[in-house]
Write a protein that binds this ligand. Structure first.
Ligand code: HDD
Length: 685
């Protein structure tokens, strides 16, 4: 019998021997039959003795860990951060010292309210959490895709989350804020009004995780080697530009592909189309903080980029999908307390509360204090300390010294090092103990108004429609009216539009503001998505709907031209086998029309053969394909043969500049039109 080769610790070494490829128990015993339990006779009872079956089922029973109490549904990917501008003048953090140096990162995007299995395109905030594995320890920048938050003090977080999650008695609704409990809480918490402008905007329904910004939200500190501190806000700017979907589209995407965002991320990285974000910093000093209209410790406020420009200091590239979702995405443990020398906290009460919450939740979620031993959480720099034991201890120190000070000289283990060790910024603080909210936090409407006036008319329509939709899901009139009373402090146009949508003819009195709002803050273009679009179709997806006999030259040219421009092309056809083109070649389909609705694409082209249009006109999925693409303001290319379908869905007298008849001559024109992403002039939503 072959002798097992044992490591010092007793674990069998994985060697390529006769056992290679053989299924074993968790104890390493090869298994001869993994399909059948051990029974007494062929039809007899299963024997308790069956250790192989028992071990298999036992482990299965324990597969789940508690899902995150918020941000349960997420998607993580690996990548790196490359510093393009060293900032030693602001920070002595090792990661910010050497231009061109790359630091590995793991980034997890998430929705907030839904459970692990909820749909991706729910109207929600998106988490944007980045773990930087720096040479001086892990730095976790645990942000969102919106620069402000609902509440100012962590004390209110459990209430906020309870209100948005399914009601405790009925356990619905899932993954949405469109219900009484949420708007009851919000309308009783005026500090949340600004954030709802963001969550009712299209920022809450991003087209892709690749097309959204990220924000550290809080004001942090950067501290340089002389101990001088500057305040900082962190920004992630997608090189791909910003893009969202429209709400009616989001509802349909969630049915057609609940994994829309994760699939998109996986496919883009798999195809080598790596998404990138620039890391930007808004740096300011005490003087600015004192002069600024709002309190820089108030997480419901942002600092307009026009007031403090965003300076780009590096780029994050996400270029590697995970090998194992559970090991990496599920077990990654972000903690806002994970900062490194050169970065520090401020007294933002939301941040201070978070610093407790994340460590606490990871301990519960991952079963003990040794979650830092899990590879995805382990720093990539050396780690030395005297913490020991506990559940699942994987990295166990050797030697006798497990305390300090000790006198064991070179065997005595690690020591403090004031030269390179983390030192908190020595901020002067004083004050009596109290439970109070600073008056400087009391203006709840001014920046909400600023956000509103910064949007294009299309975006304003979407925001008003979203409030209308959500409040229409509230069964209690008093909640709808209370929320309207806040919107009246934001902007008359918004309040009136929502009131009209709800069917409220007499507007309620405006809510009494805690502090008089500032009504003349200027618009900030950076707050709009449409003003910051990519003007490129790269990274976007064309749905190319073809039928048997379609013009091969045209189909191939469209595919080639869009692919050259960095776009993806999905072939949609009546059968998944594909379509036989005019030249006799078969173009395999990526989607059968029933499973490839136009909501999955950014633009569509209908390239039909003579006669196919009438057939498609009688097919409901084909009708929806076209009518939805039109309603969602997408660019549509069509060939003559598609006319019967266009007529059937009632668009023949509505053909506009966003609907282009296509032939071999104007494929480039269609591509250039698509670069605007949507034909908003159509004004459907
Ligand atoms: Fe939080 C998760 C972002 C306020 C408590 N939060 C979590 C995640 C993100 C954020 C991106 C998911 C991390 C991951 O992918 O694993 N949270 C924010 C932002 C906030 C914020 C940007 C405000 C600026 N959070 C916040 C407060 C508290 C928490 C005020 C508690 C007092 N958040 C948690 C948590 C979670 C979490 C309970 C759930 C799972 C986890 O931590 O790992 O601790």
């Amino acid at each position: 019998m072959k002798k097992l080769n044992l490591d010092k610790g007793g674990a069998p070494r994985q060697e390529a021997d006769a056992r290679e490829g053989t299924i074993t128990t968790a104890q390493g015993t090869p298994i001869s039959d993994d399909q059948n339990s051990l029974t007494a006779g062929p039809r007899g009872p299963v024997l308790l003795e069956d250790q192989i079956m028992r071990e298999k089922i036992f482990h299965f029973d324990h597969e789940r860990i508690p899902e995150r109490v918020v941000h349960a549904r997420g998607y993580g990917v690996h990548g790196h951060f490359e510093l393009t501008r060293a900032i030693p003048e602001f920070s002595c953090a090792d990661i910010f010292q050497r231009e061109g140096e790359k630091t590995p990162v793991f980034t997890r995007f998430s929705t907030v309210a839904g459970s692990k299995g909820s749909p991706d395109v729910a109207r929600d905030v998106r988490g944007f959490a980045v773990k930087f594995y720096t040479n001086e320890g892990n730095w976790d920048l645990v942000g969102n895709n919106m620069p402000v938050f609902f509440i100012q003090d962590a004390m209110k977080f459990p209430d906020l989350v309870h209100s948005v999650k399914p009601a405790p008695d009925r356990a619905f609704p899932q993954a949405q804020s469109a219900h009484d409990n949420f708007w009851d809480f919000i309308s009783l918490s005026p500090e949340a009004v600004h954030m709802t402008l963001w969550t009712m905007s299209d920022r809450a329904i991003p087209r892709s995780l690749r097309f959204m910004e990220g924000f550290g939200v809080h004001t942090f500190r950067l501290v340089n080697s002389e101990g001088k501190s500057h305040f900082v806000k962190f920004h992630w700017k997608p090189k791909q530009g910003l893009q969202s979907v429209v709400w009616n589209e989001a509802l349909k995407i969630n049915g057609a592909d609940p994994d829309f965002h994760r699939r998109d991320m996986w496919n883009a990285i798999d195809a080598g189309d790596y998404p990138q974000w620039d890391l930007g910093i808004q740096v300011f000093d005490d003087e600015f903080a004192d002069e600024f209209e709002f309190d820089i410790l108030d997480a419901t406020k942002l600092i307009p980029e026009e007031q403090v420009p965003v300076q780009i200091i590096g780029t994050m590239t996400l270029d590697n999908n995970v090998d194992n979702f559970f090991a990496e995405t599920e077990q990654v443990a972000f903690c806002t307390q994970n900062i490194v020398r050169g970065i520090d906290f401020t007294d933002d009460p939301l941040l201070q509360g978070r610093n407790f919450s994340y460590l606490d939740t990871q301990t519960k979620r991952l079963g003990g204090p040794n979650f830092t031993h899990i590879p995805i959480n382990a720093p990539k720099c050396p780690v030395h300390h005297f913490q020991q034991d506990g559940h699942m201890a994987m990295r166990n120190p050797k030697g006798r010294a497990n305390y300090e000070p000790n006198s064991w000289d070179e065997d005595g283990g690690p020591r403090e090092n004031p030269e390179i060790g983390f030192a908190s910024y020595s901020e002067r603080v004083q004050g009596g103990k109290q439970r109070t909210r600073s008056e400087t936090f009391a203006d709840h409407y001014s920046q909400a108004r600023q956000f509103w006036i910064s949007q294009t008319a299309t975006e304003q329509n979407h925001i008003a429609a979203a409030y209308t939709f959500e409040l229409s899901k509230c069964q209690h009139e008093r909640i709808r009216l209370r929320m309207l009373s806040h919107l009246m402090n934001v902007h008359d146009d918004l309040a009136e539009s929502v009131a009209k949508g709800l069917g409220v003819s007499d507007l309620p009195d405006a809510a009494k503001p805690a502090r008089k709002p500032i009504t003349d803050l200027p618009a900030s273009d950076a707050l709009s998505i449409l003003k910051n679009g990519p003007e490129s179709f790269a990274g976007r997806k064309l749905g190319l709907f073809i039928t048997d006999g379609a013009d091969a030259g045209l189909v191939n040219e469209i595919e080639a031209e869009f692919t050259r421009a960095g776009a993806m092309v999905a072939i949609v056809a009546p059968q998944i086998f594909g379509a036989k083109l005019s030249d006799g070649t078969t173009k395999p389909a990526d989607e059968k029309i029933d499973g490839g609705p136009s909501v999955l694409f950014d633009a569509v082209a209908l390239v039909f053969s003579e006669g196919a249009g009438s057939e498609m006109a009688n097919n409901k999925p084909s009708q929806d394909f076209l009518s939805d693409a039109f309603a969602h303001a997408k660019f549509i290319a069509w060939t003559d043969a598609a006319m019967p379908l266009i007529e059937t869905v009632g668009l023949s007298d509505k053909i506009d500049d966003g609907m282009m008849k296509i032939d071999g001559e104007n494929v480039g024109d269609f591509l250039r039109a698509c670069e605007k992403l949507r034909f908003w002039e159509r004004k459907m939503f």
